[in-house]
Design a protein. Structure first.
Lengths: 228, 228
DNA sequence: TCCTGGTATATGGTATACCAGAGAAGATTT
DNA sequence: AAATCTTCTCTGGTATACCATATACCAGGA
C-alpha cells in the first residue's frame, strides 16, 4: 500500500526549538533503560545545548517541562538528573491507572459505538495463544495498546492525557518481566471478559473487571517485580 | 537552660525567582474570577517582568510551567492568555475526580487508622444543618476539604497531586451556584453515609458511594451550571 | 597522616540584546 | 470611500554573557 499523497510534515511553523528539544529528550530518556546497569543519570545543559545545536535558553525550558513531568530533576548548581521512580511510586501509578481505566470502561458503555467496541477484538485475537511465544516486550506493548484503546472509547480526553503521562514511567519497567507467560494467558482471558461486558453495555461490570484486572497486575508487580 | 552549642537554623533555601514568580502568578490567576465579567485575559511578558522586578527569563519559565498546567496559553508572537476551561473540560475533570476519589475511599478502608477516619466527622458535623445558612463559597470550600481528606487517607500521593491540580480549575467556578441549598443538604447526608462505609471498612461500598456522589455532582453541573 | 581553610572550577540561575513574524496603522491606488 | 499594499510596532523566541554557589582540589599546619 503506497501513500496516495505525499506525507509531509508541515514545513512551515517547524516547532519551536523548545518543543523539538523536549521531544528529543523525552524520546531519548524513554528509550534508555534507566533501571538497568550503570547508565549515566546526569545531564549537562551546556553539553546538551551544544549537541542539539541550540542555545541553553530553549533547552532549559524543555528541561523544566521534563522536570515538572517528573522525568528529570533539575538541581541548582548541582546538575540535572534522570529520575528513577521508586517502587512505591510505580505502585501508585498503577493504582491511578486502574481507577481511571475502570471509569473509562464504565463511560465507554454509554458513549462508544458497537463498531468501536467490536474493534477491540482485533487487539486481543491477533495474539491469541501465540502471544506467549512472542517477545514479552512486544506483548507488553500490545497489552498496553488494548488498555489505551478502552480509555480512548470513553471519549474523555483528560483520562487519556493523564494515563499517557503515567505510561511513560511505567513503560520504563516493561521489560522487567512484568508480563511473564502465565500472566499473559490470564491477561488475555481477562481482556475477552472485559470486551463481553462492554458489548453487553454493562458499565458497572466492565468497570469492575477492568479495575480488578489492573489491581491484580499491581499486586503482581508488588510481589514479583524488583525495582532497583 | 543555656545552649551548650550554637543553635543554628539551616538557612532557608530562598526560592528561585522562577518559583516565586510561578507562585505569585498562580495565586493571582486563581484569585481573579476569570469566568466573570470582562476581565483582561491577556498577559504581557515584559510588563509582568517589570512589575515583578525580575528579568524575562525566570518569568518565562514560570509562564511555561503554567502553560503546561493549562492555566495559561502562550502563543508565539501573539501573547499569553489566561485559559477559560470549557464546560466539557470541567465535566471531564469532575469525572476524573470521581474515579480517583472513589479509588481513594476504597484504599482508605485498608490503610487508614480508625482515628483518621473518625476525624472525618469533624469536617461534616461542624456544619450540620447550619451549612445551608452559610455563604455558599464557604460551604464549597469545606465540602472540598472533606473530599480532599478522604483522598489523603488513601496515602496515595499521586492521587492527591492529580486532584490538587484539578482543584485549581474547578475552584474557579465554585461561586457559580454549584452547591445551592438543596444540594448542600443532600451532600451532607451523602458524606455521613460515606463515613459509615469507611468505618465499616467496606471498601467496595465506600468507593461506590463516593463515585456516585461525585457523579451526581457532575450531572448537576451538567444540567444547571452554565459556563460562559 | 590528617584535618582545616582557601581557591578554582563546574553548573544551574538570571539579565540583556537581538531576531522574526503577526497585526495594526497609515499610505496608495482604484 | 473602499480596497489593497506598505511600514511600523509589539510580542514571544533565541542567543549570549555574566552571576552565585556547590564541589573538588590543593596547600599548609598540627
Amino acid at each position: 500500500m503506497s501513500a496516495n499523497r505525499l506525507s509531509v510534515e508541515p514545513i512551515g511553523e517547524s516547532q519551536s526549538l523548545k518543543a523539538r528539544a523536549y521531544k528529543a529528550l523525552k524520546a531519548a530518556i524513554t528509550e534508555m533503560n534507566i533501571y538497568d546497569s550503570k547508565v549515566e543519570l546526569r545531564l549537562d545543559e551546556r553539553d546538551l545545548s551544544a549537541r542539539f545545536g541550540i542555545s541553553r535558553t530553549p533547552l532549559r525550558e524543555a528541561l523544566a517541562q521534563l522536570d515538572q513531568e517528573g522525568l528529570v530533576r533539575v538541581v541548582a548548581r548541582r546538575g540535572i538528573f534522570i529520575v528513577r521512580r521508586t517502587k512505591a511510586e510505580i505502585m501508585e501509578m498503577i493504582t491511578v491507572w486502574a481507577a481511571l481505566e475502570s471509569m473509562a470502561a464504565t463511560l465507554a458503555c454509554k458513549v462508544a459505538s458497537d463498531q468501536e467496541i467490536a474493534a477491540l477484538h482485533d487487539l486481543v485475537d491477533d495474539f491469541g495463544q501465540d502471544a506467549v511465544a512472542r517477545r514479552m516486550g512486544e506483548y507488553s506493548d500490545a497489552n498496553i495498546t488494548f488498555h489505551q484503546a478502552i480509555i480512548g472509547l470513553s471519549k474523555n480526553q483528560l483520562i487519556s492525557d493523564i494515563t499517557d503521562g503515567l505510561f511513560v514511567h511505567v513503560r520504563a519497567i516493561r521489560n522487567r518481566a512484568i508480563f511473564e507467560n502465565d500472566r499473559a494467558r490470564r491477561s488475555i482471558a481477562d481482556h475477552k471478559e472485559i470486551i463481553e461486558a462492554l458489548e453487553a453495555r454493562d458499565g458497572e461490570r466492565a468497570g469492575k473487571l477492568v479495575c480488578d484486572h489492573t489491581m491484580r497486575l499491581r499486586d503482581h508487580v508488588e510481589r514479583y517485580v524488583d525495582i532497583e
